[in-house]
Design a protein around this ligand. Structure first.
Ligand SMILES: C[S@@+](CC[C@H](N)C(=O)[O-])C[C@H]1O[C@@H](n2cnc3c(N)ncnc32)[C@H](O)[C@@H]1O
Length: 206
């Protein structure tokens, strides 16, 4: 998306209905990601672009989870999970721009980014920050829709592109370019959600 203000505006519009629209459709991917994280008690996790907090109940107890988001309206709803979600004092939320985080270097063992790389205006800045705050050798999980190479989806994505600021995400985003631009050592990838249209990348921080 073009800039921070546009993102905040788009997610102010979405916030109230976000779970109804994107709750179920993205759920499979969230579950597979958290499963693949194999987080253990005592580990420190960061979730970037935590949104309304739909993933928060999925994390195992005893694991420290910090969720950040740039949208106050989305984050406000995520607070419900901290109050009602049986939290054991290990869940924290913070209003923060992922492109400029206030955490110290090597603060986290694992970082999750669910459906956020096509939303943030400068994914390269965000990924540099992710690499900085994740310890060397830590795990980074990126879940997103990347550009489809088949004719019909490609045409649909191209047609949607001019509306990206209204949609709140960019419908075309090359995985190849993303991996080339960002220093990640890919461990594996898998397809998730409806018709496997979304990709989950598991990478190691180098
Ligand atoms: C499509 S939503 C995904 C929300 C959630 N991860 C999920 O699984 O449904 C994208 C989220 O990324 C957040 N976001 C966008 N740019 C951001 C930035 N620069 N820093 C932090 N969060 C950002 C948006 O506010 C929004 O809540």
């Amino acid at each position: 998306m073009d800039d921070k203000t546009t993102v905040i505006k788009a997610y102010k519009r979405y916030a109230k209905n976000y779970d109804r629209i994107f709750g179920k459709i993205f759920e499979h991917g969230r579950r597979v990601l958290v499963d693949k994280m194999r987080a253990e008690a005592g580990q420190r996790l960061l979730e970037v672009g935590v949104g309304t907090g739909l993933s928060l109940p999925l994390y195992p107890e005893g694991v420290s989870v910090v969720g950040i988001d740039i949208s106050p309206h989305m984050l406000w709803l995520a607070k419900n999970y901290i109050h009602d979600g049986g939290a054991d004092g290990t869940r924290h939320l913070s209003l923060m721009d992922a492109q400029q985080m206030s955490f110290a270097d090597n603060s986290f063992d694992k970082v999750a980014l669910m459906y956020v790389v096509t939303v943030v205006p400068r994914p390269d800045l965000m990924m540099a920050e992710v690499a900085r705050v994740c310890r060397p050798g830590g795990d980074i999980f990126v879940l997103n829709h990347f550009s489809n190479h088949r004719l019909i989806p490609r045409m649909v994505e191209k047609a949607m592109l001019p509306f990206r600021n209204l949609l709140g995400f960019s419908p075309r985003f090359s995985m190849e370019a993303f991996l080339e631009e960002n220093p990640l050592q890919v461990v594996d990838t898998c397809q998730v959600n409806l018709m496997g249209y979304w990709t989950l990348i598991h990478a190691r921080n180098i």
